[in-house]
Design a binder for this molecule. Sequence first.
Ligand code: FAD
Length: 548
Amino acid sequence: MAAKPAILAVDDDAPVLRSIERDLRARYGEEYRVLAAGSGPEALEIGRELTRRGDPIALFVVDQRMPVMTGIELLREALPLQPDAKRVLLTAYADTEAAIQAINDVHLDQYLLKPWDPPEERLYPVLDDLLTDWVAGFRPPFEGLRLVSGRWAPRGHGIRDFLTRNQVPYAWHDPDGEEGRRLAGALDGAVDPGTPVVLFEDGRVLRDPTNRELADAIGLSTHAALPFYDLVIVGAGPAGLAAAVYSASEGLKTLLVEREAPGGQAGTTSRIENYLGFPSGLSGSDLARRGLTQARRLGAEILSSQEVAGLRRADRYRTIALDDGAELSCQAVVIATGVTYRQLAVPGAAELAGRGVYYGAATTEAILYRDAPVGVIGSGNSAGQAAVHSARHASRVHLFVRGAGIDATMSAYLVDQIRALDNVELHTLCEITAFDGTDHLERATVRTPDGPLELELAAAFVFIGQAPRTAWLGDAVARDGGGFILTGSDVGAAHGWNLDRDPFLLESSLPGVFAAGDVRHRSVKRIASAVGEGAMAIQFVHRYLADL
Ligand SMILES: Cc1cc2nc3c(=O)[nH]c(=O)nc-3n(C[C@H](O)[C@H](O)[C@H](O)COP(=O)(O)OP(=O)(O)OC[C@H]3O[C@@H](n4cnc5c(N)ncnc54)[C@H](O)[C@@H]3O)c2cc1C
């Protein structure tokens, strides 16, 4: 049986160590092994031993002021051993500056001021939150759902991405590996590397499933419970999730429809540093999971793996067509379908997509490229985050940008992090001209100011801009030349608006249909603004419904 995950407390002051150990045992002893160490070196020894045995550490709670090795020095050394463990520093008031610095340096999750009494108020809420996040991202080695597929199978990548983004724990096995062969044997024969097989704990087996088949098998809801809703929200990114939270909490019968996985683009982000209220940052999957839980708890119904394919007016109602042919009626609609990645149009990119060339999948795939050279293409924040995230696993990260630098295009905190990483190499004034490889990406050709350069790359993560997901709307609402939805004062008679009142701020050219987040013409492409617009849209939905 797998060992319980560990919580490791470290303090050189014996009475303080005993007291933190006691408080941790009292709350977490049933589910975690609480271990204690009296110094940094002793803690590292325990960390190495657990890592050798393959036992996970969920949480480090470490005093900053220790002789021999400070808490921050210890966390820095422990980081490569257990990169997914949560890290908490116990500090005195005077150490606050050092702790804030450590948020960047050693990915510190929280710092707590000593003493932490009463623990029910000053210790447990913080640790509960961190451990919930850790559990959500933890994949127990030999339990749960298993996926057997070739490493380079594009559909295998699609399933990994779908499971990760829907927060479904799984273990992935290559059919040529020991465990993959054993599972193939249990399935009465070899597994074709290009045809993924998903095995469930209860013995069910799905061969080459679609996302919808997977969603059904996992128990995600794929069919609407009602024929009619007050509000249908299309897209469960930050804007859609926020709209669902406010709509459901304000008593509207709400359906949220998502084609892929909750969280949208934000769900693919390894670290969000600029979202208010999370001083240590949080991962996109944590934000998505929290938003989804909140929307569900407040009463929103959520359909997964269902794509909205059309929208039309039916007198005073609006009809939403799903791509499986079903139709839903509602009073109002919020479109929050965001944007999607632009594809790189160079030789080899299409053939190797999902076989080493990935669009926005750095959080899912980067871990598979341990000790290999990878490339990140793009100069915006998403490329910067992917470079920082990949640097934790890859031997070398080549960051390719077309401009002369990244200072003007990337947030300063990311530029600083990238500069501090020894294994990230910035290539400026460069463009990828080709990808090459037999059945997976092996190398890229790059145009540089000094002539063409050929580089070995095991993976390339591409972030070169985005386009709105609005083709499905046809002429139902007015869009700008780039496909973004016009709203509020941008909508006029020329777009078919013929009501006595002006359109509400986020209202499209079709009354009662609102747009929020990145999909909207001239929106600010940020998580906080998408959340803000999702929340605001509900105010206008209420005003629209009041006039009906
Ligand atoms: C890698 C990366 C890192 C980023 N980092 C940051 C950051 O640190 N800070 C920050 O502020 N911003 C960041 N951003 C930008 C931020 O994520 C976006 O601004 C935000 O996610 C926009 O939210 P949204 O809800 O409008 O759209 P999206 O997040 O794009 O969500 C739209 C959702 O709609 C779904 N959908 C689309 N079409 C349909 C359909 N027809 N039917 C059903 N569902 C559909 C999609 O699957 C998706 O889930 C980052 C973006 C990326 C790509």
